[in-house]
Design a protein around this ligand. Sequence first.
Ligand SMILES: [Cu+2]
Length: 165
Amino acid sequence: MKSRYFLILTLLFVIPIVISGCGRNNTQTTVTTISDAGKESGTTTITIFNSGNNLQGIAQGVNHVVEFTELGFNPSSINIKEGDGVTFINKAQQEAWPASAKHPTHNVYPGSGIEKCNTAEQPKIFDACHGLKKGESWSFTFNEKGKWGYHDHITPTFFGIINVD
Ligand SMILES: [Cu+2]
């Protein structure tokens, strides 16, 4: 098969040149294509989506959505897998501040604690660390198995559960 021969030659003579500045998650690579006569026939640019470590993040988990309304978190209880993400979206007029149980310390989820807000540890804690305005969202990846309660730090009578297994 001539076309297969062409493809094999193309793959064998790939010259990857990473061009920087083409987007955070994507890598553009220039490859030299070789004709079946063995001559260089030109170059083409391919884009590799989500290269490197980002690929692992995508393979690991899916994302779930919890809405905050005037009635509280919806759904108030969800079952997810270890490594999944949850995006909290505020659809209410008032601000919402999702955070790990228990109010006011927020230290039930491993490693969490309100005192870590506005420190280098903040990305690792189950705490939005501020009130989300209407339309604003905040996401957290759950890498710890367990039944994790949370609440709205602004109106602590609103609460929910993330079951991670
Ligand atoms: Cu609180």
